[in-house]
Design a protein around this ligand. Structure first.
Ligand SMILES: [Zn+2]
Length: 203
């Protein structure tokens, strides 16, 4: 039976965020279903669980999804990693190099950032197209985000903010978590390592 982790404001949660006033006492539960699927269940929270901009009661999270509890943005990739580490303590060193030692090899995780960057550009392009009104329908499917949105400026602004917030949380050095700004992935790959923590991005 997979272990269920509570997440919320109270300090006795498996993941606790005591300073987050928009997060309920025990806001939700997380269960690692497989290496690529993390189940989140809203525990009747006040401000809800939002995945990719939509409120959900239960959802199978995948890497790359954007997750918000009330006003708190969470890094889904980091949640996967943390729960995996808790459930596989012996493999922590070999499979998940997250130490702060300079020169740690995070090239596998760095490779995944290419998708994050490409998805970000695609999302912004799509929002631009919506803004220009080249799509006639009042309700359109934003295909790359997989969500429904009403075509009005309020929602577009919100969508734009969601995409930027998601990018900020996910386009980070896999080792020290510093945000990599809008630098294209290829430019960072040429740099080969993190200027801040010296972790190896490209071998
Ligand atoms: Zn770094």
């Amino acid at each position: 039976m997979a272990k269920r982790y509570s997440i919320g404001r109270n300090p006795d949660n498996a993941f606790s965020y005591p300073a987050e006033t928009t997060v309920s006492g025990t806001h939700a539960y997380l269960t690692l279903v497989s290496q690529s699927q993390l189940l989140i269940e809203d525990n009747r929270s006040t401000n809800g669980v939002h995945v990719n901009g939509q409120q959900v009661s239960t959802y199978l999270l995948q890497r790359g999804d954007s997750l918000r509890l009330g006003g708190l943005w969470l890094n889904v990739e980091a949640l996967f990693r943390e729960i995996w580490n808790r459930e596989h303590p012996a493999e922590r060193k070999s499979s998940q190099p997250t130490s702060n030692l300079p020169g740690v090899d995070v090239s596998d995780q760095f490779l995944q950032l290419r998708d994050v960057f490409n998805k970000y550009r695609a999302h912004l392009d799509e929002i631009d197209r919506l803004r220009q009104g080249t799509l006639a329908d009042k309700i359109v499917r934003v295909s790359t985000l997989g969500m429904l949105t009403k075509l009005d400026t309020t929602n577009l602004r919100k969508l734009d903010q969601d995409v930027r917030d998601w990018f900020k949380m996910n386009y980070v050095c896999p080792n020290c978590m510093v945000h990599l700004n809008d630098f294209p992935w290829e430019a960072l790959a040429r740099q080969k390592k993190c200027a801040r923590c010296k972790a190896i991005w490209v071998k």
